[in-house]
Design a protein around this ligand. Structure first.
Ligand SMILES: *Cc1c(COP(=O)(O)O)cnc(C)c1O
Length: 396
C-alpha cells in the first residue's frame, strides 16, 4: 500500500532533532542564525500562521477593513483575519494557476480594502507581476502565502511582495516539525513584528521533542507494510481513515490555535530549521519536478491537474480533477494507492450582505480533486501504473 503522504524528513535528520533538544544555546541567538540565511528582511516564526497573525497585528488596520484572499486556502489563515476584526473577501481562483487573476483582484477592491493575501497552491508558484501591480495601484499590502511552495533558498518569494510566508510545518516540504520564515520587505512592519514576537513565550523544548516522536511513529506507519496494517486496523475498528490521518498531522489543536501560535520557536526547532534549509537538496527537488511533470503528462488531457503547467513548480502535492472522486479513490485504493481529498483546505465564503459572487471554481476544484500519493520512494513504474488506472483507455 502506498500511503497518501510521507513526511519529508529522513531518519538521520529526525535523530538530529532529538540531539538538538540537548542544546543550551539561547533561542534568540539561533533565530538570528536562521534569519541570516535569507536576508535582513527575514523573521523566523513558530508557524506561517504565527507570522500572518504578527503581520496583521503590526499593520493595525481599522476594524471592518477588507482583506482579499485566495478563495482556496487553509481555514486558519481566514480565522486569523476575522480575529483581527477584519473581513476576508474571497477571490475565485483559476484552474491553470490555482491563483486569482489580476482582474479578479481589481474587481474585488472597495474603498475598505487594505490588503491582499494570495496562496501559491500545490507547490506551483505562478508569476505575480501583474497581481502586484494591481495591489500597488490601489495602495494595498500584498502578501503571498508560499507555505506549499518551498523550493530552496534561491526562491525567496516575489521581490515586490510586501511579505512572503514560507512554512516548514509537519506536512510541508523540508519540514522542521514546525517553524516558518516570513520575509517582510517593509522595515516598519518587520520591526513591529519583531518587537511583538519578543514578548511571546518560547515554545517548550519538550513539545518539539514530542513532535519528533510523533513524526517517527508516522514514518513507521507510512512504510508500505505499515500503511497496509494501519488502514486494515482502522477499517476493523470502524474508524474513518481520512479523519484519523488528518487529525494526526494537524499542527496545533483547533480550539487553542491562538494560544499556540502566539509563541516563539524553541532553540532545537530553530536549529533543525537551519539544518533543513542549509542542507536542502536542490537536485532531489529537481528530480521530483521531473517526475511530477512526467506523471501529469500521462494524465492529461483525460484528467486535469490544476496549476500543473506552471513553470516554477515544487509538485508538493498532485491533485487530479475528476467527475467522481469517490469512485476514483476506491479504484486506486483497490490497486494499492491511498489518496486523499483536500480535507485540510476550505473554500472561503463571501461576507454575508455582499455583492460578491460565491467562488464557484474554487468549489469545483475542491470537490473534484483527488490528491495522489507522490514521493521519492514511489518508483516510476508504480507512478506509471497509477496513471494507467486514472486514465484507462488512454493510448500510449
Ligand atoms: C500549511 C499552510 C499554512 C500554514 O502553515 P503553518 O506553518 O502550519 O502555520 C498556510 N497556508 C497554506 C496555504 C498552507 O498550506
Amino acid at each position: 500500500m502506498w500511503i497518501r503522504k510521507r513526511i519529508d524528513i529522513s531518519w538521520r535528520d529526525l535523530s538530529r532533532a532529538a540531539v538538538y533538544c540537548l542544546m543550551a544555546r539561547r533561542a534568540d541567538v539561533e533565530q538570528t542564525r536562521v534569519e541570516a540565511l535569507w536576508s535582513e528582511s527575514a523573521l523566523a516564526c513558530l508557524s506561517v500562521r504565527s507570522g500572518w497573525d504578527l503581520l496583521l497585528q503590526a499593520t493595525a488596520f481599522p476594524p471592518g477593513s477588507e482583506v482579499l484572499v485566495s478563495a482556496l486556502t487553509i481555514p486558519d489563515m481566514v480565522r486569523i483575519i476575522e480575529d483581527h476584526g477584519l473581513v476576508p473577501v474571497p477571490l475565485d481562483v483559476e484552474t491553470e494557476t490555482a491563483l486569482p487573476s489580476p482582474e479578479t483582484i481589481e474587481a474585488g477592491v472597495t474603498p475598505n480594502t487594505r490588503a491582499v493575501l494570495l496562496a501559491h497552491l500545490f507547490g506551483a508558484t505562478a508569476p505575480l507581476d501583474r497581481h502586484v501591480a494591481v495591489a500597488r495601484r490601489h495602495g494595498l499590502l500584498f502578501v503571498e502565502d508560499c507555505a506549499q511552495a518551498f523550493r530552496g533558498l534561491g526562491d525567496a518569494g516575489h521581490p515586490q511582495a510586501d511579505a512572503s510566508l514560507v512554512s516548514f510545518g509537519f506536512i510541508k516540504t523540508a519540514t522542521a516539525l514546525g517553524g516558518a520564515v516570513t520575509i517582510v520587505r517593509r522595515p516598519d512592519l518587520l520591526n513591529e513584528m519583531r518587537r511583538r514576537q519578543h514578548e511571546y513565550p518560547i515554545q517548550p523544548k519538550r513539545e518539539h521533542l514530542r513532535r519528533g516522536l510523533h513524526c517517527a511513529v508516522l514514518k513507521l506507519l507510512s512504510s508500505r507494510i505499515g500503511a497496509r496494517s494501519l488502514l486494515t486496523l482502522l477499517r476493523i475498528c470502524g474508524r474513518n481513515v481520512d479523519r484519523f490521518l488528518n487529525s494526526r498531522t494537524r499542527g496545533f489543536p483547533r480550539h487553542r490555535m491562538f494560544e499556540m501560535i502566539r509563541r516563539r520557536p524553541s532553540t532545537p526547532l530553530l536549529r533543525l530549521l537551519r539544518r533543513r534549509i542549509e542542507a536542502f537538496d536542490i537536485d532531489a527537488q529537481q528530480a521530483r519536478e521531473q517526475r511530477g511533470r512526467r506523471l501529469v503528462r500521462q494524465l492529461e488531457p483525460v484528467a486535469a491537474c490544476p496549476a500543473a503547467d506552471v513553470e516554477q513548480h515544487a509538485f508538493w502535492v498532485i491533485p487530479v480533477l475528476v467527475e467522481d472522486p469517490e469512485e476514483l479513490r476506491r479504484k486506486l485504493l483497490a490497486a494499492g494507492f491511498d489518496t486523499t481529498q483536500a480535507d485540510s483546505m476550505c473554500v472561503v465564503q463571501p461576507p454575508c450582505p455582499s455583492g460578491t459572487a460565491s467562488p464557484e471554481n474554487a468549489r469545483r476544484m475542491l470537490d473534484q480533486a483527488v490528491f495522489l500519493p507522490f514521493y521519492e520512494a514511489l518508483p516510476i513504474r508504480e507512478l506509471d501504473r497509477m496513471a494507467r488506472i486514472i486514465t484507462p483507455g488512454k493510448p500510449g
